[in-house]
Ligand binder design. Structure first.
Ligand code: SF4
Ligand code: SF4
Length: 88
């Protein structure tokens, strides 16, 4: 927190990459790739762009930015993302 400007004012563009919001996480999504149908619904709904894709296919979660909100787990139609307590 001490790295933030007073009032958390953003003074330069493109600063979101610098803030590793994954530090905020209490729960983390555990993705079972063997059950994933690659529908990409989780990718569409993730508010932090923390689900990468390559060649149209979902990749494992980017835990530098995943805040553990659980939206991906809720929207996955085949329930292959389970939220688990973060081990720190
Ligand atoms: S838990 Fe939230 S932030 Fe993390 S990958 Fe799922 S939708 Fe994105
Ligand atoms: S919503 Fe579920 S099935 Fe669809 S891409 Fe994401 S993890 Fe895979």
């Amino acid at each position: 927190m001490s790295d933030l400007n007073p009032g958390a004012v953003i003074t330069e563009p493109g600063s979101t990459k610098k803030y590793k919001t994954g530090d905020w996480r209490t729960f983390k999504p555990n993705w079972d790739s063997s059950k994933c149908t690659q529908c990409m619904i989780c990718w569409q709904f993730c508010p932090d762009m923390a689900i990468p894709q390559k060649d149209g296919k979902r990749q494992d979660t980017n835990f530098d930015y995943c805040k553990g909100c659980g939206i991906c787990s809720q929207v996955c139609p085949v329930k292959c993302i389970k939220m688990e307590k973060e081990e720190k």
